[in-house]
Design a protein around this ligand. Structure first.
Ligand SMILES: *Cc1c(COP(=O)(O)O)cnc(C)c1O
Length: 455
């Protein structure tokens, strides 16, 4: 029998992140200034981000060194373990070989500290004292609280209101690490006050919380903004996941046929698949399948339009070419709060448009059913976001049972669900429901896309 846990030592942890940009078959579409329609310059972004991160956003370098201070914090939990899912394989009676990379062992419980640590570090280097950000289910807010704590930076988190109330424990985690957290929409910004005046019961959305955090950051000299997903540099920081996994699979003498992950803004999954997709683009492994999984109620890649849109709901951010449901789209309140986003990482959208990656959507009840199967085999109580990837991993493994093929399936397991017990309770007591694709609301939001050149 092969190893059940494939482990790397501290010394084997990769020391550089991988940047896909020089290896893309076609360059990414430009990011546009919303006022002029011209490509944004580094100076346009300087009020929001440190210059080191802005340079990474547009970098043509294939590898970027991970600073030693960042590596040393990474080593408090990394490298993470790659597991062979023998118990799940047995439960499914499948000939498939299932591996999962488990990012739930970080102190915040997900992959998000991989970029939070790096972002806090570069802001500190530039003398920034305070950061603002948004959070959905609270995963990003807690991860950035953890990162800011290491580098002595003050943090204010705008947390999507529905999650703030459904999931108080992540707010408490943020406070324990020293951050301040308010429900979004809040009374602390212009955008928030306007929204609350229109709809006092507004459940909020990631897009709206981003607007609040950006407004706060640009209004203060000592403050920057930080985004937990979507942007090129965030995806690059997450490639530590895929780079470690590649080494681990080499140790196991394996290579994936299928890689599966869940996508909210796309960072955990891109972090896993980008180091592998290099092999697909170069023709070394042309048959590699990469499956992005999203909620049926917020199906950006499977139902959205490939167009220029804002990253936030108020229209404060630069325009990015991406699959979008429209920046005014307010996704239904599924428990996978981290997947409730109208847009998607431009890198993933570009690869999808080029036909290099695929996408599927899953209904909430089916994802919980899969999550429970995983809990009752491998034992891990997964985050509702991760359950989307587990659902499709199980589908693929069951297809192997039908066909008798022993495919190698690699699952990016983005985090645990220990703070999502209320959602588990709702599912186990039969109270959880599905949310259908809100076609009318999307149609309405897509009618309000900004007017810019599209090709
Ligand atoms: C935030 C989050 C996601 C979604 O964000 P991505 O940027 O798409 O990775 C997925 N899983 C978990 C556990 C999360 O916390």
């Amino acid at each position: 029998m092969d190893e059940t846990k494939i482990i790397l030592t501290d010394a084997e942890m990769p020391t550089a992140w991988y940047n896909i940009q020089p290896d893309l078959p076609e360059p990414l579409p430009a990011v546009l200034h919303p006022g002029t329609g011209k490509p944004v310059t580094p100076d346009d972004l300087a009020p929001l981000f440190p210059m080191a991160l802005i340079m990474q956003e547009f970098s043509p370098e294939r590898y970027i060194e991970i600073p030693e201070e960042v590596q040393s914090v990474y080593r408090t939990w990394r490298p993470t373990t790659l597991h062979r899912a023998y118990q799940l394989e047995k439960a499914l009676d499948t000939p498939a070989k299932i591996y999962y990379k488990y990012e739930g062992t970080s102190q915040a419980g997900s992959h998000k500290p991989n970029t939070a640590i790096a972002q806090a570090y570069y802001n500190k280097q530039e003398g920034i004292k305070r950061i603002t950000t948004e959070t959905g289910a609270g995963q990003w807010g807690s991860a950035l609280s953890f990162g800011c704590m290491f580098f002595g930076i003050e943090l204010k988190v705008y947390m999507v209101s529905i999650s703030y109330h459904q999931k108080p424990y992540r707010r408490i985690m943020m406070e324990a690490w020293g951050a301040k957290c308010v429900p979004s929409p809040s009374m602390d910004t212009e955008v928030g006050r306007k929204m609350l005046a229109e709809d006092p019961d507004c459940p909020g959305s990631l897009g709206l919380a981003i607007s609040e955090a950006v407004e706060d950051a640009v209004s203060r000299e000592d403050t920057h903004y930080s985004l937990g997903s979507v942007l090129n540099h965030v995806l690059m920081h997450q490639t530590i996941i895929g780079l470690e996994t590649k080494k681990q699979l080499e140790k196991a003498g394996a290579y994936p046929d299928v890689i599966v992950g869940c996508i909210g803004g796309g960072s955990n999954f891109a972090g896993m698949f980008l180091p592998f997709i290099k092999d697909k683009i170069s023709g070394k492994n042309p048959d590699l399948r990469i499956i992005n999984v999203e909620p049926a109620s917020c199906p950006t890649l499977t139902k959205g339009l490939y167009a220029y849109d804002f990253g936030d709901s108020a229209g404060l951010t630069p325009l990015m070419k991406m699959y979008t449901l429209g920046h005014h789209f307010m996704p239904p309140p599924v428990h996978a709060g981290g997947l409730r986003y109208h847009g998607m990482a431009p890198i993933i959208c570009h690869l999808h448009k080029l036909g290099i990656v695929e996408a599927q959507s899953a209904h909430q009840l089916d994802t919980f059913k899969a999550g429970i199967t995983f809990a009752r085999s491998e034992g891990i109580l997964s985050a509702p976001e991760t359950m989307h990837a587990i659902k499709v991993t199980i589908d693929e493994a069951l297809k192997c049972r039908e066909s008798g093929e022993a495919k190698t399936i690699l699952l990016c397991h983005s985090g645990h669900g220990h703070v999502d017990m209320a959602a588990y309770d709702a599912y186990l007591s039969g109270k959880l429901t599905n949310y259908d694709y809100p076609e009318e609301k999307v149609k309405q939001a897509l009618a309000e896309l900004p007017q810019v050149p599209t090709d």
